[in-house]
Design a protein. Structure first.
Length: 528
């Protein structure tokens, strides 16, 4: 226990001090700035947390550089955005009946009717309180679960089992992301093929470069991810804005007769908030399942077990609380597979992994949570698991973000209604310009511009075909790790081509992956 506390203390001190022991509040300031930015982004229809994280990461790397000292400030800003954007999404949904994301649609069901009754500020207070409660609940689950799960995985799984587990995760993600599991699997494989462009682990020279020397080191990671996530969405937005230029949603916020949110009301909502937080945490811990499902389950559960279900949809704080607690509790839980397995479960987790891989020597995965005994050896200094210290520093950053959200987040949230009126004709070109500038600054040269635009077209086509882009992104990110594990397992087995199915546990994971795909692709029986 003393060793665990020592690592926790070291991680916390890393957030507040330089390596030489002097005071350093830059990571704290970055968490605060990221949280405020996230709330503002969430309050702007058409933008969301992953969107802002994607734009911010190249800029942050350009500003802070690539070093161990830059890792915590960059992660602090990204974590702040991740947490703040979910809270901010309630602003346009409640005040203007304009949900910026699918999960925010459920907030409009009771949030906007409260606005029409003159209780818009109260609805925002309920949303903020419930959201931060859910987020805090989720973080506690992450802190308690990720280290235990990582230790169990690292002790029980070898190279074949880890490779099979990644295949299972990809299959599960293809099955749950989007409406068609077969399409999800197909785009996941395409993402993995895109990741094979460039150098090989065998050292035989570049592959699949089509004679383009600049691709010898592979596709620029940030350019590819930003292209499919951001530029593709911008193309969709520009097309939709062109078609609906005349359609503008206008609403006015009437003065509320009574917008106080008393502690007695908070206590009465706590059971509903805790249940929705537990639902959101459970959903968030599963890779590939996002906030929309959590919000839907939270709202439906609240309505089903309410003593007054007829009030739902007419402007009851219970509906707002259930939705906001559920979708906010996904954020921390989504980092459980990231911290324990190194597998991203949603787009926000993708950019946490990108930041970690681009900056410093820290690597996410089960090897992080090894509680190595701390030794001080003469001439060698202190021998310590630095990855574990960074992991606890990340947890400290999340705690700081929650503290800022509890204290000043609500005040800032209620002041952002004006952002919901920014027209897309102004916002989208600015986003595109920032994106192109960011990838040019980070990845360098016009090859980054070409990659981001080509992947933007891919993202646009997938969206128009109603195919989830998450399997493509996850496949692109996990392919190098999967190749490394398979090559390592093949070499360790002495060149046995059947090494993957000779491990009972690996065979079980592969069988489960097959069952997931078969079950997900079963035709649904229609009721007569």
């Amino acid at each position: 226990m003393e060793l665990v506390l020592d690592y926790i203390l070291r991680g916390a001190l890393d957030v507040f001090t330089h390596s030489d022991g002097s005071l350093d509040l830059l990571p704290v300031a970055m968490v605060f700035s990221g949280l405020m930015t996230g709330i503002a982004v969430g309050a702007t229809p058409g933008l969301n947390g992953p969107f802002a994280m994607a734009l911010s990461l190249p800029v942050l790397i350009w500003v802070f550089g690539v070093s161990n000292d830059a890792l915590l400030p960059i992660l602090g800003f990204l974590i702040g955005i991740m947490k703040g954007a979910t809270v901010g999404g309630a602003v346009p949904a409640i005040l203007f009946n304009t949900p910026g994301t699918p999960d925010a649609y459920l907030t409009t069901l009771d949030g906007h009717p409260m606005t029409e009754k003159g209780q818009g500020p109260k609805a925002l207070k309920v949303a903020h309180f419930s959201s931060v409660c859910g987020d805090t609940f989720s973080d506690i689950a992450l802190f308690m679960t990720a280290p235990v799960l990582a230790i169990l995985i690292e002790s029980a799984l070898d190279l074949p089992e880890k490779a099979a587990l990644i295949i299972l995760s990809l299959s599960f993600m293809a099955a749950v992301a989007g409406k068609s599991p077969l399409k999800g699997l197909t785009v996941g494989v395409l993402g993995m093929l895109a990741a094979l462009v460039g150098s090989t682990l065998s050292g035989n020279g570049p592959r699949l470069t089509f004679g383009i020397p600049e691709l010898g080191n592979g596709l620029p990671l940030s350019s590819a991810i930003l292209g499919i996530l951001i530029v593709g969405e911008v193309f969709i937005g520009i097309e939709d804005a062109t078609r609906n230029r005349a359609a503008r949603i206008r609403a006015t916020l009437s003065e509320a007769a009574d917008n106080t949110f008393l502690w007695a009301e908070k206590r009465s909502l706590m059971p509903r908030i805790l249940i929705s937080s537990a639902i959101g945490t459970g959903v968030g811990a599963l890779p590939g399942i996002g906030t929309t499902l959590a919000a839907t389950l939270g709202y439906d559960t609240a309505k089903r077990f309410s003593k007054t279900p007829e009030k739902f949809g007419t402007g009851t704080p219970e509906g707002v609380a259930a939705t906001e607690a559920a979708n906010s509790s996904v954020s921390g839980a989504n980092l459980i597979p990231v911290m324990s397995l190194g597998i991203p479960g949603n787009f926000a987790a993708v950019f946490i992994i990108l930041a970690v891989e681009s900056v410093g020597d820290f690597t996410l995965g089960p090897q992080v949570f090894k509680f190595t005994e701390i030794k001080v050896i003469e001439d060698y200094g202190t021998i310590i698991n630095q990855d574990l210290v960074v992991a606890f520093a990340m947890f400290t950053l999340m705690v700081l973000a929650n503290i800022f959200n509890w204290t000043v987040g609500g005040v800032f949230l209620r002041a952002l209604g004006v952002l919901a009126r920014i027209p897309k004709s102004i916002m989208l070109p600015v986003v595109l310009l920032i994106c192109l500038t960011a990838v040019y600054a980070q990845d360098g040269g016009f090859i980054a511009i070409w990659v981001v635009m080509i992947f933007g077209v891919i993202g646009y086509v997938l969206r128009r075909l109603d195919i989830s882009i998450l399997p493509f992104v996850i496949g692109f990110l996990l392919a190098p790790r999967l190749e490394e594990l398979i090559r390592g397992g093949f070499s360790a087995s002495g060149g046995d081509p059947w090494f993957l199915i000779k491990s009972p546990l690996a065979l079980l994971f592969l069988a489960l992956a097959l069952l997931v795909l078969v079950f997900a692709n079963r035709p649904q029986k229609r009721r007569a």
